[in-house]
Design a binder for this molecule. Sequence first.
Ligand SMILES: [Zn+2]
Length: 275
Amino acid sequence: MKIGIDLGGSHIAIGLVDDNSEIVEKRTYYISEKKNQPIEDYIVDSIVKGINEILDSSSLKIKDITQIGIAAPGSPKDGHIKNAVNLGIEDFNIAQELNKKLSKNQDIPIKVINDGKSAALAEKQIGSLKEFSDCVFLCIGTGIGGACFINNEFLRPKRNAGFEFGHMIIRKDGEMCNCGNKGCFEAYCSKGKFKSKMQELLSIPGYIGAKDLIIKIKENLYNDEVRTLLEEYIDNLAIGISNIINILEPEAISIGGSMSHYEELIFGRTKRKNI
Ligand SMILES: [Zn+2]
């Protein structure tokens, strides 16, 4: 059995995965529930707690886990989370910290790879991109990550994360991005930006799930400001996607990440845009 961990900007999901790549047991923790402890400690504590709970309820021991895979934002390398700007982590050896707390007797192999890349590999292997040899995966969530396949080959960046579509600049002197530059695709089209702007406009404080926010948006489509915000998001998304198409000529682009919950509001309209 293996453990797969999705470390997002807003949540930590921990799954027990069987030999058929099926998730058989899962726990989720939310970054917003972090109290005053450092983010690194909260992540490690949540993962250890989640794994222990999963092991208990599955009557398994830690020695039954052959591998742990972590999908993390930024440009992770050699068991380290690196440059995860949305989490505020510059460099953290998560593999070492987890092994210290999980197993006293043996090190469990722990791999950390970029979250967008890991979702892309799954889509290519068993999901929406299975049929395409030249394709792009765009992961739109708290930030925007991505990956590219040419001739069925995953283009693996050698040094940093690579294919950082989110930091392609789509507007000179535009909005500030978490990376320090201005006008990045991500500064306009991440789900975080879309949600916070929409919530502000609709006066919705605190947390609201995609399903409820979609209902609110639909109820307010008569409002010019809501429609303009939606149209501006779609315009910017279409600019980013057309840049990717012009450079890479993919047969297909698959959009994943939590923005995919807004599919009915956004993606049909985006496809119809001519840029
Ligand atoms: Zn940026």
